[in-house]
Design a protein around this ligand. Sequence first.
Ligand SMILES: *Cc1c(COP(=O)(O)O)cnc(C)c1O
Length: 363
Amino acid sequence: MNKIFFTPGPSELYPTLKKHILRALELQIPSISHRGSAFAAISKKAKDGLRRLMHIPDSHRIYFISSGTEAMERVIENCVEKQSFHFVNGAFAKRFYQTAKELNKSPKMHEVPIGESFDMQKTPIPKSAELLCFTQNETSSGVAIPMEQIYALKRKNPKKLIALDVVSSAPYVTIDFKRIDVTFFSVQKGFGLPAGLGILIVSPKALAKARSLSEKLVSIGSYHSFLSLEATGVKEQTPETPNVLGLYLLGEVIADMLSVGIEKIRKETEKKATLLYDFFDKQKIYKPFVKDRRFRSQTVIVVQIPDGSKSIIEKLKKERIIIGSGYGEQKDTQIRISNFPANKLSDMKKLLSFFRNLHSNYN
Ligand SMILES: *Cc1c(COP(=O)(O)O)cnc(C)c1O
């Protein structure tokens, strides 16, 4: 019997994936040349599909890289000469900031306690910041930043570039790409695919910034700079031998998502999230970690388990249900539950009935 994964990355696979993997092997996809027309068609299908699914305008470029963590490095290298500014409310946002430090930039940040969000309008942003970085869905804490707040900040700072990490909220999150300069995610979370593929969506302004940095002889990296990705991307290629199988599977899964329809996927996500939050809001001990409803993630639900998450995780494992532990310092006192398109409502109900029984055993 199969296990059910509620882990926020790698995650439950998209239900049609097995069929597509078998088909890919029949078609000998892993052996085809990444410089030939068959690969170009795979690359185009994945990009066209992403444009339709996420409403990405033609003005923006789509580049294939290897992970979300790689994206952080690429974004800093290609969009920042000296200073980025980071809104930090958890481990992934901190990683983004740390990346800028390790690349010898002089990043600044505004940090809030884990589980809370920002009062953005009141946050002083240095004039010298070239790029504002947001982890829209902080997977370590279950806090999501409403897109409207980010747009409002962009209106106040029209000259600054905006970078958006949506690794654990894509494709659920609705993005007005005209107001965002670099968006990135990897595919092993919300897309239900194997890891090893990242997506970067780049505005004309961000691409121009990379070009101007390069002209000033600032290093923008080598194998995956925006310029090398652009030069090969226009030919539906990549600088290196890419994850051809991953790209094929991405194109196929997106086609399946398009036939369901993104609006339906979003509605179902919200329905499942409401089910989880309503349930845990009524519990005495196991409460949602994020108190302010405006900032609760719809795709990663974090629950407090003050008497220790280990035994619950183990008990669920015996039922063949795999959930995430807390992240970092919260490892033993929280659990994290993914709510991605591949997570079924019927499985969610199984998970909640486990907690219901647990509760009745206590009383
Ligand atoms: C998982 C995650 C990352 C890292 O992505 P990888 O593909 O594992 O490198 C970055 N940001 C967020 C918000 C994540 O959830």
